[in-house]
Design a protein around this ligand. Sequence first.
Ligand SMILES: [Fe+2]
Length: 420
Amino acid sequence: MNPQHEAPKVPTDVGAAIRAMKAEIRSTTDVKDAFDRLSDRIEARVEEIEQLRDSGRPVWPEVDHDTLAAGTASDETVAAVRDRGCLVVRGHFPRSQALEWDSQLVDYVEANDFDAVYRGPGDDFFGTLGAAASRPEIFPLYWSRPQMLARQDERTATVQSFLNHRWDVESEGTRWFNPDQDCMYPDRVRRRRPGTDSGGLGAHTDSGSLERWLLPAYRKVFRHVFNGDIENYNPWDAAYRTDVHEYEGGTTMCSMFRTFQGWTALSDQQNDQGVLHVIPIPEAMAYILLRALQDDVPEDELCGVTPRHVLPVSQEWHPLLMRALTPIPDLQAGDSVWWHCDVVHSVAPVEDQQGWGNVMYIPAAPQCAKNEAYAASVAEALRTGMSPTDFPDENYEVDWVDRFHPEDLNAVGRRALGLA
Ligand SMILES: [Fe+2]
């Protein structure tokens, strides 16, 4: 089955739908008062981040993989993950293992003559946020051995479980997902070579843009925000998150609920070389939602939101939030980084990049009905070598040699694909 069949349709008149939504929310909620109260809270959070940064103290919480595996992460670390919505896991894989995988990915690409067959970017998901490139930085590859071995590794399952448990899994009388079992979400690879000039990627969030204001399930996720009851909004409440679907028709979307988006470094990375930044304030999403409902935003617009693209966050509309944009620390190959599904992120521009910038995207996507449905389609795509249905229909790997096959799955991988 194709999970996109469940996907709702973009309204035919987006502007009219936005106007109607705004009128409906304003009929019961004083959106200016709610936004003003929330702005005071967010400003305090932004100042806290700025003070940490100015005093040279870490903003991103960090933990060693072995500490997670032993279940001995400190209360302070655990609290910091909820506070900032992001985490660096040191030694998720041994550095030597990550470097070996990086070189095996090059072998895979070269053995299958990717340079000769590459047809250019298959999507415009990032719209004007991304700069055009003739060679890919994002490789539309899903089924290499290194990617699959990392996805089905017990070490990854340990990290995912820790991250899933940061959420309030039970609320409103429902257990929304199983934090101890993930579903496999295959995503792509980024390889950026030394000497690269890159325009980076503007600040945004994934997993729905217009959807967050218009779809009934997202309106329930953000019920306290739209009701003006912002003191009770909890970005870690799992309620209704697993009921959300993105609009159909995008070439790139996410059909799974991800507690955290993440990637694993396949090269050492200095944090001034065009790296990932986040706004480490998970409740900033509430600010973005209410900002778009203020009187100075045209009635049929939402601060630059367009259907089927990521949700943009900008200096023009969100200068307060942009002050908190903070880079990852320096990383070694084998470290992984993670950010809550609402957390705003960007990739800084770089000129003449020093060293490689190589990562494998592997998120945390806990077991629930929505994720199991997509996992079934992933199992089928693994069998055929086609691109997963959330991504452009590029299908480069169908005939490739050295592809990972279903018989190479271990117990973790089979469970994550619903094949156990
Ligand atoms: Fe993103």
